[in-house]
Design a protein around this ligand. Structure first.
Ligand SMILES: [Zn+2]
Length: 463
């Protein structure tokens, strides 16, 4: 295969930023250094002057829709949207609601087989599966070791919702994951507290969307975070806290990390950029866009999350993308809030929001941005070929213009939602070109990739 040289950009790794050319051979990064282009006068080049050369983002938390007869194109379309945003690898869940069949959701191994069959030759970027262990599955824990052996070493379990795992099964899942080299991702909220508050709200006739947030207090998240960490400790396992939203829960993670325990946590762009002021709008059609769990939090939580991200209490940022639509899942008049789908889109805005509100606003260094969006997610989730601009890794690169300014508009996005929570938000920086294993997926802001070019990644945490 031919050689391509990305010339004259500022390469950013988790450790440093420096002017360099990047030589790509056979889809991999062959060399990073000064003057490479001059030494290879015949090679094809891509001009990166005045641009940052970042590793493609690795989004480890999405709920994209699995292709079906009714919705054949949404998985592909959301993968294209991710590419437009600078993401070259994503992990999807196959929980109920993503279009997995009854049979596929009943068993982890059946769910993996079905996911692979239905997503084959669909994605424009590389992808993998994180399974969902549900309280409705007959015997998921007995399947875990085989699931890990088949390239899915991470799975998510819930402490809330009617498909939650009770503590004893959560503990058993952690134990098996720990023994076989897996990592459990846990949605930490206290179900008893939330169920009681929801019942009380409904009894009082408080059925509108804004009450969703009031029924999911930060202490319910912090308590469950503490409990998940304690269970992991007893099980001698690592644990990964998904979508951490508040200072109280962050304190639990930070305390565990300070003790040297293998506890990891992600937050999401919405918790870093939005607050619970969204629930005060008079218009129900506006408030329903923010029915997500955990809900948006106070300004003080938002500030704490940025500090945590900067200092390492939080390990990474992922989107928790749910491609809900105002015309379908979030239509008004809405049913009482407990019946509304939880989630909001974000697969296309990960890099632009985190760069703009983080780096551009002076809260995060460029190197830390690369760390939390690419290097650490690739490492924690077992994708050794991803996540860094260095020789030997896949040439998944983003040429990013740090000086551009733009405004996020639904009309300009490519995801399969019909709204963005960030409508009208001004951001600094723009994705110009995206390479997947050396091949262009986005060129000068236009999609030039191919459906099915993305490969399913069989992951291993021990690598
Ligand atoms: Zn999620």
């Amino acid at each position: 295969m031919s050689e391509l040289i990305v010339r004259g950009g500022t390469v950013v790794t988790a450790a440093r930023s420096f002017r360099a050319d990047v030589a790509i051979r056979d889809g991999r990064i062959a060399e990073v250094g000064e003057g490479i282009a001059r030494q290879h006068p015949g090679a094809e080049t891509l001009d990166a002057r005045d641009l940052l050369v970042l590793p493609g983002c690795v989004d480890v938390h999405t709920h994209t829709r699995i292709p079906s007869d009714e919705e054949p194109d949404r998985f592909y379309a959301d993968s294209v949207a991710a590419a437009f945003g600078g993401t070259t690898t994503f992990l999807a869940f196959n929980n109920p609601g993503t279009g997995i069949s009854e049979q596929g959701s009943a068993s982890l191994l059946a769910g993996l087989a079905e996911f692979r069959r239905r997503t084959e030759d669909e994605s424009a970027i590389d992808f993998g599966l994180s399974a969902v262990i549900s309280g409705r599955q007959a015997d998921p824990i007995s399947e875990l070791s085989e699931l890990i052996a088949r390239g899915v070493p991470t799975a998510k379990a819930f402490m809330v919702y009617d498909f939650r795992l009770p503590d004893e099964r959560l503990f058993a899942a952690l134990q098996v994951m720990g023994r076989h080299g897996g990592m459990l991702q846990v949605h930490c909220e206290n179900a008893t507290i939330i169920d009681a508050l929801v019942a009380g709200a409904l009894d009082a006739g408080h059925t509108t969307c804004r009450h969703h947030a009031a029924c999911r207090p930060t202490y319910a998240e912090a308590e469950a975070t503490h409990r998940a960490i304690a269970l992991a400790r007893a099980a001698d396992a690592s644990v990964y806290v998904v979508h951490l939203s508040c200072a109280d829960a962050l304190a639990e993670v930070a305390a565990a990390k300070a003790r040297g325990w293998p506890v990891f946590a992600e937050t999401c762009p919405h918790y870093l950029t939005r607050t619970d002021a969204a629930y005060e709008a008079d218009d129900e059609a506006e408030v329903i866009k923010s029915v997500i769990s955990p809900p948006l939090r106070a300004e003080s939580d938002r500030q704490a999350l940025w500090l945590g991200l900067d200092r390492g209490g939080l390990d990474l940022v992922a989107t928790d993308h749910v491609p809900d639509r105002l015309a379908v899942e979030k239509a008004v008049p809405a049913p009482p809030f407990p019946q509304i789908s939880n989630g909001a889109p974000g697969i296309e805005t990960l890099l632009s929001l985190t760069y703009s509100a983080g780096v551009s606003a002076g809260r995060l260094s460029l190197e830390r941005l690369v760390d939390v969006l690419a290097t650490t997610p690739a490492r924690l989730f077992g994708m050794a070929s991803k996540g860094s601009v260095e020789p030997g890794r896949d040439a998944d690169l983003v040429l990013f213009d740090p000086n551009a300014s733009r405004t996020i508009r639904q009309a300009d996005l490519h995801h399969t939602s019909d709204f963005t929570p960030y409508e009208g938000v001004a951001v600094r920086g723009a994705v110009r070109t995206v390479l997947l294993r050396g091949g262009a997926v986005i060129r000068d802001g236009t999609f030039v990739g191919r459906r099915g070019a993305g490969r399913f990644l069989e992951r291993s945490l021990s690598a």
